[in-house]
Write a protein that binds this ligand. Structure first.
Ligand SMILES: Cc1ncc(C[n+]2csc(CCOP(=O)(O)OP(=O)(O)O)c2C)c(N)n1
Length: 362
């Protein structure tokens, strides 16, 4: 399977009214982004790449139990998450969404605390699997690792926003392409569309669900084709390009924000690492396939774009050095922090004060 050019879906119902105007200037200008915005996007893409690579290294050294690499998803995640308004919109990220979490303000230290299962982990105090991001202040919904279960929750959240009259707030529900196969996705999309709820389904299509290839996952050519069944727009983005990912997600977000109901954006990307640190990807793909996708590497493309738009090599090198230092400091800090206490294992699992049959309370 070679990297596919991004196709526009035939028969799609693009939200033409919201198409971003083209100009002859730099692409980011036409999207209303400054060069500084693009630099910040690049910084977060590089941070995501470096942290992801470091997690796998630490795992192979026996210092972390588990990892789920983000490499290859950076442009999709940073570009899409750039449309989220912090503190207003809600986000339901999935387990591969470290880049989304960084846009929302999570730090490398937050990530390493979670990966190392430390008591200081802000998501679950070391109880949940890594990347079960959770933050009421940042409006990030804690979710289950069961794929697809996030969508009915996201739609319920959107209904609650409407009932509370939190107008113009949108719920961004993320998932991989395989998460659109369980019934949860279809029930959620149907309900959201009937009730015109402000949900953006952000689907990172990396063509593989562990070892199951896209063609064995669904009969349609694009995940975005599924949107038509629910009368919602389905946009397709080159998920290896941060600006395209931003542009297409913004079309979907503008639609939802305008009260027109849900929309879906499919970000076509590829994961470089095995599915998780426990997976042997040599059993279902060739190194050549991975290399072909790496030729379109999103971080490298972001760097080339910035150099072409006026950023300097020393500027970009300074970003890399600063990130590398921040990451090593975060690892050392997280490793020095306490593990959860065994006696806290059930905290927040059962409601405190639950009545026992004998009338006492737990
Ligand atoms: C309901 C359910 N079935 C199976 C699994 C096991 N599982 C974990 S990840 C995964 C693949 C998901 O693929 P996709 O949604 O495309 O996301 P990706 O991991 O490729 O980013 C599966 C089948 C699960 N977590 N939940």
């Amino acid at each position: 399977m070679t990297p596919m050019a991004v196709r526009t879906r035939e028969g799609s119902t693009p939200d033409n009214a919201n198409e971003v105007a083209r100009s002859s200037g730099p692409r980011h200008d036409a999207l209303g982004l400054s060069l500084d915005d693009v630099k910040r996007m690049y910084r977060l893409m590089l941070m995501t790449r470096l942290v992801s690579e470091r997690i796998l290294q630490l795992n192979r050294m026996g210092r972390t139990p588990f990892g789920a690499g983000t490499d290859g998803h950076e442009a999709a995640q940073i570009g899409a998450a750039w449309c989220i308004r912090p503190g207003k919109d809600w986000t339901v990220p999935y387990y591969r969404d470290m880049g989304v979490s960084f846009v929302l303000g999570f730090t490398a230290l937050d990530e390493f605390r979670a990966v190392l299962g430390k008591a200081t982990d802000t998501n679950s105090a070391g109880r949940a699997m890594l990347n079960m991001f959770s933050s009421p202040e940042r409006r990030v919904l804690s979710r289950s690792v069961l794929v697809g279960t996030e969508f009915p929750h996201a739609v319920g959240l959107a209904l609650a926003l409407r009932n509370r009259k939190e107008d113009k707030c949108v719920v961004f529900a993320f998932g991989g392409e395989a998460s659109t196969s369980p019934g949860d996705f279809h029930e959620a999309a149907n309900f959201a569309s009937i009730h015109k709820l402000p949900v953006v389904f952000v689907i990172e299509n990396n063509l593989l669900a562990i070892s199951t290839r896209f063609e064995k996952q669904m009969a349609v050519a694009n995940v975005a084709d599924r949107a038509a069944a629910y009368a919602m727009p389905g946009h397709i983005a080159d998920g290896m390009d941060v600006l395209d990912s931003y542009e297409k997600t913004r079309l979907a977000a503008d639609h939802a924000r305008a009260g027109k109901g849900p929309a879906l954006v499919e970000l076509k990307c590829y994961r470089y690492q095995p599915h998780t640190s426990d997976d042997d990807d040599s059993r279902y793909r060739t190194k050549q396939e991975v290399e072909e996708w790496k030729a379109r590497d999103p971080v490298k493309r972001g760097r080339e774009y910035l150099l072409g738009a006026g950023a300097s090599e020393p500027d970009l090198e300074a970003i890399r050095v600063e990130l590398a230092n921040e990451i090593e400091k975060a690892i050392a800090q997280a490793e020095s922090e306490p593990d959860p206490r065994p006696e806290d294992a059930l905290t927040h699992v059962y409601a405190e004060g639950t009545p026992r049959p004998d009338g006492t309370r737990a």
